[in-house]
Design a protein around this ligand. Structure first.
Ligand SMILES: Cc1cc2nc3c(=O)[nH]c(=O)nc-3n(C[C@H](O)[C@H](O)[C@H](O)COP(=O)(O)OP(=O)(O)OC[C@H]3O[C@@H](n4cnc5c(N)ncnc54)[C@H](O)[C@@H]3O)c2cc1C
Ligand code: FES
Ligand code: FES
Length: 1244
């Protein structure tokens, strides 16, 4: 018996007996097939990186059904006789890219590229879905709504999707800012063949009960199977019923559980049908949520069904709804208390459930009884169908609404609370009602019977509703320990009020529209504008050249570290980390009675560091840090050991089963707060040269003030990087005790020294190779070093290649993020709002080890000095705690600095009852005060563009007028409020040394190596442009097209020494400067040949002659910033307008306008992408991403379920960006400025 399927048209046949039924489709694709275009990012259905198109043929209807699924949750055995199309199957570099790839690339919609294959497939599927009708802008916006991207800020991705819509105005798309050419054409008729003919002839079922995987076709057959299993159960046989298997995204332990048998119930006829009956609709339990939605939308006579369908569209993402079943959802809710939406809305709708129980036979129960009953017995009880009754034919008027409050308005996030209400009403009197609430931290969805009874038979008056709300407060009570407890409880009355308010017979007519409550509105459509200057002075520098390799990234062919084929004998590692902040480690074992996978080979700890080496995981300018905990753990999340096994799955399973024995007796209690650290004087030293400098005399400033705010406090939390590619490395032992490590890092030079120091081998025996990184944001600077080093230690010990691809949860727990801090400030100011002095005390939580935390104080002050505070003094304490060591995340310290400044401004404004904008304006720097605060970094007066930008954006965003509109809006709306604010930023950056090498090959093509790493920030693209420009100065025929002949290659620490690190926003500039130096050398060497030739000469000819004459055509150089001021300032201004729904707390960024000074942009398309992406990452920090730890510091929000980065539906609905061309700056790299980090601050 075999499993037959196709991937990208290629046939695969596997003997069923040889397949472990718990193997996911993703595991097969990535580890056993040549198609690696599918990426793994979360492994729990929450990101869309792994999305593929699944196509199924129906031999009866003779049609092919195509839909997306998340391959990380879909079991391989489920795809028998199906065809899978990955992004590479849509198109590729060999056979030509698909239009989707070309458009994503043309719209500059791929940065690190790790999300792009998933985006491509999601878009492709949305286009297929609409092939019978027309693809609309609305559908385009939803096409990728469940896919996460951490780099782009989504705007260009949405534009690329919209470009396919029939109703789009092409002129409105961002593409037009750059490309006046036509769009890459799309021929919808020329379909990618998603289902190959040969598979149609092989449609047989695999229903034999002989295998671990079986797939019965009828209830009868299933019953026989289960009865057999039941008999065998006496000898401990375990069976798992499988529908879509998406529940394993939430219940991850399920994946590691061993089952003797997997019963696929999706082919059971009776369970996959949808029947309309006289009284309602009966839906088979294995019908997918997507199909339920489609069916409910069809039954138009019952209006309630449309509302149920609309609510279901907010369950998970489309690629989960396409495979996850209605029955599976209800079983999760029933058996495991899953915070289901389905259960709540069907409860209000009066649904019932048909169950087939091996012990009780067939039975029909109400959904309420079902939910309240004892948990369904594993595979003894089967949900067959769900019935939803019709209500429309009853004599009274029917009101029905559903509600949910969640971090993301359009789904892909569990609700804080969901609700659904049904009321039968006659002459405004409630005859009866069903009020269901769920997901708020309760066992299962409940009906509020008390309130229902109270309201039945009543007219709704203010008092009645108020009493109902009081009663409700006693029923909807989250269980102790539920997150956001108060918020969740507060939602229930709001929803009830919303539902009944239209029936209110008011006793006290209100003049201010108190009862006027708008129904929840769909989000406004996304819209945007981009204004970018294009400079042709240094052509092709300044052109919006498409990102290097963007199409390869879209098709999924771009190779990241985990895509490198595993060398023979390769082993896989998974980290065991500490769960105690400060404890003695007594030993490591595996949990009792656990089944440790066979393939586990070793548990590598500090004892395995070779003789001569040291237990070093990280070696950087500020010192070294240990790789493995030795006798004591210093913080939660500290690396204790690396389990090594034959597969990544086995290593991960074993690491989950590891049990570390701790002892805390007689130990000092751990330091878990900055206050405690200060009390115990547990502080890191800040080198004096890194300590920022005070400005003026604050005592004098305070004495000049008319008002003072004393000792006000601000607290700021952390933020996780959420790069889509988690930490990963592959270490391969080589001859003569040398080692090659492929590392996804921003710091190859330092990974290199860390590995050498740890192994105790000379640096010339280590080689670190980094081609591209799937997002870094600072997280792959110091934090990538121990990952690579641990693999190296294991590889050295076992003398076999060892790789690791850290799973999302471990990555979140071990890598951490931004520095949290506590700020206490006193500020003095005049009655006009002019600030005269600011004093700050800032306690920074650096964690247990120093890392790069010493840079944080100066970064905070660098950004905070954006206002003229009169005089400024501060006291920093870098607190050493027993918490995870913090890393430098994009705009580290700077974003906090700018936020602190704004919080102070807001405080001053409110204490004077003045507009914050007035206070901002009055305290903006003049050039003189700028020079006082920033010294040399301030540059020349003409370089200070901020105050004119402030005015310019005020005009272009219509700021003053919109302030009045917001004021009017707030006066006339009780339940929704708006705010608008304009924020300036100043962001100092420093240049640092970086190397480059340019080599010309005999056919005239050029290879460039640089120290900087391509993280998605467009470094390679800018470098290519710079090489094109600098070699183009030779002005021979063909140099205009030179940029197409240039290839930037991977960083290799033995080839490019002193590579330094990629960070601080200036690596692209530095790498460009290095390349320019190399090109200048080559130009010098080639010029004499041109002069000798006496006439025009083509590039290829010139190179042939140079080869013939042995001219050295490889030049390397190290750019050092001594040639320029090492620091300069970046400026930007943003206006954001936000609306808050006071009933649900939902916040919508209605509009953001940004003006950013990019100098003479090296590539305005790349810079625009950096600006938008950074801003949205900032929005995440300030508005969405909750970094919550338990009392010992262990991260609780450790998955895509709980940690919510922005999605398409949370970005500004109107997003306008203008890049300012601030003219010539002689000493900067072709007058350019940085764009990577500063714009993040604009989200403050
Ligand atoms: C990323 C993500 C986000 C989500 N967000 C939401 C959300 O916001 N709101 C919401 O309500 N839901 C949400 N879900 C849950 C989703 O709806 C369920 O995972 C899905 O419906 C389960 O169906 P399945 O077919 O995959 O079930 P499976 O995973 O196959 O099965 C689930 C469990 O039920 C058992 N089982 C399945 N079918 C039957 C049956 N007919 N009889 C008896 N036992 C059965 C299985 O043995 C298993 O134990 C989300 C899921 C994911 C992965
Ligand atoms: S990796 Fe599958 S959804 Fe994230
Ligand atoms: S481009 Fe989307 S995650 Fe990097």
């Amino acid at each position: 018996m075999s499993l037959v399927f196709a991937i990208n048209g290629q046939r695969f046949e596997l003997a069923l007996s040889s397949v472990d039924p718990s193997t996911t489709l993703l595991e097969f694709l990535r580890y056993q097939s040549p198609f690696k275009s599918v990426k793994l990012s979360c492994g729990e259905g929450g990101c869309g990186a792994c999305v593929v198109l699944l196509s199924r043929y129906d031999p009866v209807l003779q049609n092919v059904e195509d839909f997306t699924v998340s391959s990380c949750l879909t079991l391989l055995c489920s795809i028998n006789h199906c065809s899978i199309t990955t992004s590479e199957g849509l198109g590729n570099s060999r056979e030509g890219f698909h239009t989707i790839h070309n458009r994503l690339s043309g719209f500059h919609a791929s940065q690190c590229g790790f999300c792009t294959p998933g985006m491509s497939v999601s878009l492709f599927s949305a286009l297929l879905d609409s092939s019978s009708s027309e693809f609309t802008v609305l559908e385009a916006e939803k096409a990728v709504s469940g896919n996460l991207c951490r780099c782009t800020g989504y705007r260009p991705i949405v534009d690329a999707c919209k470009s396919f819509a029939a109703d789009v105005d092409i002129e409105d798309l961002g593409f037009n800012s750059f490309c006046k050419n036509s769009l890459p054409p799309f021929d919808s008729e020329k379909r990618v063949c998603s289902f190959p003919e040969f598979l149609k002839d092989e449609m047989k079922s695999i229903d034999s009960g002989m295998h671990r995987w079986c797939s019965p076709g009828s209830v009868e057959e299933l019953q026989r199977l289960l009865q057999g299993a039941r008999k065998a159960n006496s000898v401990g046989l375990s069976v798992k019923l499988v529908a879509g298997n998406t529940s394993t995204g939430y219940y991850k332990d399920e994946r590691d559980r061993h089952y003797d048998k997997y019963v696929d119930i999706t082919r059971i006829r009776e369970m996959k049908e949808i029947r309309e009956t006289q009284n309602g609709v009966e839906i088979g339990a294995v019908v997918t949520i997507s199909k339920v939605i489609a069916a409910l939308k069809e039954i138009r006579v019952e209006k309630m069904f449309g509302k149920l369908a609309a609510h279901m569209e907010k369950i998970a993402a489309r690629f989960i709804r396409n495979f996850g079943s209605i029955g599976g959802n209800l079983v999760m809710a029933q058996r495991k208390q899953f915070p289901s939406d389905m259960a709540t809305i069907l409860l209000a709708a009066g649904a019932s459930v048909n169950i087939m129980s091996l012990s009780r036979g067939l039975e029909k129960v109400t959904l309420e009884q079902f939910l309240q009953g004892p948990p369904l017995e594993d595979y003894y009880d089967l949900v067959l169908t769900i019935e939803i009754p019709f209500w429309h034919h009853r004599s009274s008027e029917l009101l029905f609404e559903t509600y949910r409050a969640a971090p993301r308005p359009n789904g892909s996030a569990l609700a804080y609370l969901n609700a659904a209400f049904l009321a039968q009403v006659k002459d405004r009197m409630v005859i009866n009602c069903r009020l269901a609430f769920g997901a708020y931290g309760t066992k299962h969805a409940i009906r509020c019977k008390e309130v229902e009874e109270f309201l039945s038979g009543k007219l709704i008056t203010d008092n009645v509703l108020s009493e109902a709300i009081t009663l409700l407060g006693k029923s909807v009570v989250p269980q102790e320990g539920t997150s956001n407890l108060a918020y969740r409880s507060s939602l229930a009355p709001g929803f009830l009020f919303n539902f009944f308010h239209s029936l209110i017979i008011t006793e006290k007519p209100s003049s201010n529209g108190y009862y006027h409550l708008d129904q929840p509105k769909p989000l406004p459509m996304l819209s945007s504008s981009q204004h970018v200057p294009i400079n042709d002075e240094y052509f092709p520098v300044g052109e919006p050249v498409t990102k290097s390799g963007a199409s390869l990234q879209a098709s999924g062919e771009a190779v990241y570290v985990d895509d490198i084929p595993a060398p023979a004998n390769c082993l896989y590692g998974a980290f065991i980390y500490s769960t105690k902040p400060y404890a003695k480690v007594k030993g490591i074992s595996f949990k009792e009675n656990s089944v440790v996978p066979d393939g586990v080979l070793a548990v590598i700890s500090y004892k395995d560091v070779p003789k001569g080496g040291q237990n070093i995981g990280l070696k950087f300018s500020f010192g070294t840090e240990p790789l493995f905990a030795e006798d004591f753990t210093l913080h939660v999340g500290q690396c204790i050991a690396l389990v090594v096994a034959d597969t990544q799955r086995h290593a991960d399973t074993a690491a989950n089963l590891a049990l570390v024995e701790y002892e805390t007796e007689d130990l000092e209690p751990p330091i878990l707060s900055v206050e405690d650290a200060v009390k115990k004087s547990s502080l890191f030293e800040i080198y004096p040269f890194l300590y920022p400098q005070q400005v003026g005399d604050t005592s004098k400033g305070m004495s000049e003030a008319d008002h003072r705010i004393i000792s006000s406090e601000i607290r700021l939390g952390s933020q996780y990087f959420f790069y889509m590619e988690t930490q990963t490395a592959l270490a391969v032992p080589d001859e003569d005790s040398s080692i090659v490590v492929y590392s996804s890092c921003q710091t190859p030079q330092y990974v290199h020294s860390s590995v050498a120091a740890c192994l105790g081998i000379p640096e010339n025996k280590v080689r670190i190779i980094t081609r591209r990184v799937g997002g870094g944001f600072g997280g792959k600077a110091v934090k990538a070093m121990p990952v690579a080093t641990a693999c190296a230690v294991a590889a050295n010990k076992l003398q076999r290649p060892v790789r690791t691809y850290v799973n999302r949860k471990t990555d979140m727990i071990m890598t951490g993020g931004r520095h949290p801090m506590k700020i206490t400030y006193s500020v003095g100011f005049k009655s006009t709002g002019k600030i005269t002095a600011l004093e700050l005390e800032i306690l920074i939580d650096a964690g247990a080890t120093l890392g790069l935390s010493m840079l944080i104080p100066s970064n905070i002050i660098g950004a905070l000095k954006k206002y003229n505070w009169g005089a400024l003094s501060f006291d920093f304490k870098l607190c050493k705690t027993n918490l995870l060591s913090k890393a430098i995340m994009r705009a580290p310290g700077d974003v906090q600095g700018t936020y602190i400044a704004e919080a102070i401004i807001e405080n001053v404004a409110s204490s004077l009852s003045l507009e914050a904008d007035t206070i901002r304006k009055i305290n903006l720097h003049t050039y003189d005060s700028l020079a006082l605060f920033y010294k040399d970094g301030a540059g020349e007066p003409h370089e200070y563009t901020l105050s004119s930008m402030w005015d310019k954006l005020g005009v272009s965003s219509n700021f003053e007028e919109r302030v009045s509109i917001v004021r009017e809006f707030n006066e006339s709306n009780i339940w929704r409020k708006r705010g608008i604010s304009r924020v300036p930023i100043i962001y100092p950056v420093s240049m640092f040394a970086t190397p480059g090498r340019v080599s010309v090959l005999s056919d005239g093509t050029v290879v460039v190596e640089v120290g900087g790493i391509e993280l998605g920030q467009g470094l390679w693209t800018k470098v290519k442009q710079m090489a094109g420009y600098a070699l183009g100065l030779l002005q021979c025929d063909g140099t205009e097209e030179l940029v197409d002949k240039i290839r930037v290659v991977q960083s290799d620490t033995l080839s490019m020494v002193q590579g330094n690190f990629t960070g601080g926003s200036t690596t692209s500039e530095g790498s460009c400067a290095a390349v320019r130096l190399c090109c200048e050398t080559l130009v010098k060497r080639l010029k004499p040949l041109i002069e000798k030739s006496g006439g025009p000469i083509s590039w290829n000819n010139l190179i042939s002659q140079a080869y013939a004459q042995s001219v050295n055509l490889s030049a390397s150089d190290l750019y050092t910033p001594e040639e320029t001021p090492t620091q300069y300032l970046n400026y930007g201004v943003a206006v954001s307008e936000v609306e808050i729904d006071l009933v649900t707390g939902q916040t919508t960024v209605l509009q953001t306008d940004i003006l950013y000074d990019s100098g003479k942009s090296l590539n305005p398309a790349v810079d625009l992408g950096q600006i938008e992406g950074a801003f949205v990452q900032g929005l995440g920090f300030f508005m969405l991403e909750e970094y919550i730890k338990d009392s010992e510091g262990l991260l609780l929000t450790d998955s895509t379920w709980t940690y919510k980065i922005p999605t398409v539906d949370t970005i500004p609905r109107q997003f306008n960006v203008e890049i300012l061309n601030s003219g010539h700056h002689e000493k900067r790299v072709l007058s350019s400025k940085a764009s990577g980090e500063p714009p993040l601050l604009l989200a403050a």
